[in-house]
Design a protein around this ligand. Structure first.
Ligand code: SF4
Length: 669
């Protein structure tokens, strides 16, 4: 944490009062973005752009699912030209959704597309540069000469956009920064921002301002920091362009939703974002409903209870640093964040019931085994387990119940603040004290600061909950309270789908700023039915109806820690969402790879649809499985290609061989 924190600038209107960060309005067809407009929803087609009817039909499904803009890839002049046919057919079918052409490497395609569609997206990492993964030292003169070269390639597109009233997104991807940017700024959020601003400055020199910016990464922590740096830099240069927010290559299913909600939600909480795209390795019509669920949470957010304002920011929101805490009974200090399973409402009859949360009892050997997603603590409220708790799993009881236990060493008490202040019978090892921002008064602060057995359980009932909890951390930093803190959120009347997105935002948004030594979710009255849009056939339910809530919640908690990269308990997949360039069935292949490798804890595998963009966007993956032709796959170790154009039917086996060669393989089971 910082010694001199007064110099830290903010990146949003307020860290404690919800309001949208105001940007300029940009016209995109008939649907303006930014300014006072609602947060727009968008997605991208996965069909072959040359297949007009398939693209049109998918676009219509996307619009029905809630998309307000639809992006279509234009990898060459041919596809760019075909956008005219697609647009014509869409208009014939009564669909006037603004279209966006997605451009990588091909200025000539961009200049054609900009005459046809409402917006073009360019990637500053590859519009004028080809990536060779080379590190070159540039002098200032050489660097400026490079900018002039970019200007020469980029100016014609800006002129077309100006002439045709076409908007432009300058969209940086963390994985595809140019060698030039990497050489000067490194693989950093600042590098991402500079990559875009170099292009923006060229636009402004030509008086072109119909611009939207994005800073995507598959690591939500990097992505959030990059948007924060972008706002800081825009303010320095008096720019105010609308922000398109999203986590790229998030993958699919539950993990994809958690990762997306974590990054997108963390920004939305601070009022940042004018349009949202959730990128999932699924059909694109399943993306908008997730984005809508995320965005709808802020409709009435400004009505939240006031939170004490922040005068100083005692941490650096642009760089990750974990809040310093001392260790108490394996919680805090240098330990990974702990997971609490709330079983207080669950009837537990036998040891078998703990298999729900990853603890397996073998009566023959009288031993427990546990999987990688087994929690560290269980909250039992006011009931005892009818068997001995597995060693290593800490049982937590309500204080009233704990104090009556014959054998108090069976667990640890959870106090309300007044109980803790007045209690004389505490545990010698670990006492959990439930607090919220309002409880952090002088007396309590003095008491807990001097008690090296106290772990705080931080709660909130404010509608603007994440910022209120963050405010509590700010207070703790100012007051130099170093007790570990477990983040607890209670949700009432939510579906599992909502719970997954909301908790990822609320807990994840704090974890990526280095706050929290543990996580805990309590849910009251979980809804079985689907969320708000019951008529929307594109809302997917990722929870099997037979699964117990406690199991799903435990999985969500571990998923959040993994997405925030603070506790790795499983394989990480970085899968592109696919587009018209995709050379194999991404969903099927991702599933196949996942089935064979999901036991490889901590290994990062990227599954990318094409060799044009894939390798550049694999971010920090350990292995890459990349489409390099029809029926052909190339395999990467890090950024290096190691097997070229192997037949796709052998490619998964070859990937596993490669992992084995590196001694990173373990047998499943
Ligand atoms: S990596 Fe995937 S999403 Fe990106 S251009 Fe290639 S196929 Fe499309």
């Amino acid at each position: 944490m910082l010694d001199n924190f007064k110099d830290i600038k903010t990146y949003c209107n307020s860290l404690t009062r919800y309001s949208r960060y105001k940007t300029r309005e940009v016209n995109i067809g008939d649907i303006p973005m930014g300014g006072n407009n609602p947060i727009r929803i968008q997605s991208m087609t996965t069909t072959n752009t040359m297949d007009t009817i398939a693209t049109v039909e998918q676009t219509i499904r996307m619009v029905e699912s809630g998309c307000e803009y639809v992006r279509i890839t234009a990898p060459s002049k041919l596809e760019a030209q075909n956008l005219a046919e697609i647009k014509k057919e869409l208009h014939k079918r009564g669909c006037k959704v603004p279209l966006i052409a997605d451009i990588h490497f091909t200025p000539n395609a961009a200049e054609i597309a900009a005459r046809i569609v409402e917006k073009v997206r360019v990637n500053p990492g590859n519009y004028a540069d080809k990536k060779k993964f080379q590190s070159i030292e540039y002098t200032d003169t050489e660097y400026n000469a490079e900018i002039d070269r970019i200007r020469e390639k980029f100016v014609p597109l800006v002129k077309v956009c100006k002439e045709y009233g076409t908007a432009m997104r300058i969209g940086t991807n963390h994985g595809s920064l140019s060698d030039r940017i990497m050489s000067r700024y490194g693989d950093t959020p600042l590098g991402m921002v500079e990559s875009a601003l170099e292009f923006v400055r060229i636009c402004e020199d030509l008086n072109y301002y119909n611009i939207v910016l994005s800073m995507k990464a598959s690591n939500p922590q990097i992505m959030v920091q990059a948007y924060r740096v972008l706002i800081e830099k825009m303010e320095e240069e008096e720019m105010n362009y609308p922000l398109h927010i999203g986590v790229t290559e998030a993958g699919g299913g539950e993990d994809g939703r958690i990762k997306s909600a974590l990054g997108i939600g963390a920004l939305l909480e601070d009022g940042i974002g004018d349009t949202v795209r959730v990128s999932l390795t699924e059909d694109p019509e399943f993306e908008a409903p997730v984005a809508i669920q995320l965005v709808d949470r802020y409709k009435y957010r400004s009505e939240h209870k006031p939170i004490k304002p922040v005068e100083e920011i005692p941490y650096d929101p642009f760089n990750y640093t974990k809040r310093h805490t001392y260790e108490i009974s394996g919680i805090g200090g240098s330990n990974v964040p702990r997971v609490v399973a709330d079983l207080s409402e669950q009837e537990i009859k036998s040891a078998d019931d703990l298999s729900l949360i990853g603890y397996y009892y073998n009566p023959t050997t009288d031993k427990w085994s546990l999987n990688d997603s087994a929690p560290d603590m269980i909250f039992l409220g006011n009931k005892e387990l009818p068997f001995d708790c597995p060693s290593g799993l800490k049982a937590i009881y309500d204080f009233d119940f704990w104090k009556q236990l014959q054998d108090k060493s069976k667990g640890y008490p959870l106090y309300k603040t007044n109980e803790y202040s007045n209690s004389e019978s505490n545990s010698d090892i670990l006492n959990l004290v439930s607090i919220n921002l309002g409880n952090l008064n002088k007396n309590l602060i003095e008491q807990i600061k001097n008690d090296k057995t106290v772990v705080l359980v931080l709660e909130t009932n404010n509608l603007h909950g994440m910022p209120e909890q963050r405010r509590a951390f700010i207070e703790m930093l100012i007051q130099k309270i170093e007790n570990p803190v477990i983040l607890k959120r209670t949700y009432t009347d939510v579906t599992i789908d909502e719970l997954r997105l909301y908790s990822s935002t609320d807990l994840g948004g704090l974890l990526i700023d280095g706050f929290g030594d543990g996580v805990w979710i309590n849910v009251k009255n979980i809804q079985i039915t689907q969320p708000q849009n019951k008529d929307n056939v594109y809302v997917k339910n990722y929870t099997k109806s037979t699964e117990k809530n406690e199991k799903v919640i435990n999985r969500i908690l571990f998923g959040i820690l993994q997405a925030a990269r603070v506790r790795i308990s499983k394989t990480e997949y970085i899968a592109c969402p696919s587009c018209g360039r995709t050379l194999f069935d991404l969903q099927e292949t991702t599933e196949l790879i996942r089935k064979r490798t999901e036991h490889l804890k901590g290994v990062k595998i990227a599954i990318m649809g094409c060799i044009v963009n894939g390798p550049g966007e694999m971010a920090d993956a350990d292995y890459g499985y990349v489409g390099s032709g029809i029926g052909k796959i190339s395999l990467y170790r890090g950024k290096n290609i190691v097997k070229r154009n192997i037949k796709s039917e052998n490619a998964v086996d070859s990937l596993i061989e490669l992992i084995k060669e590196d001694d990173s393989w373990i047998e499943p089971g």
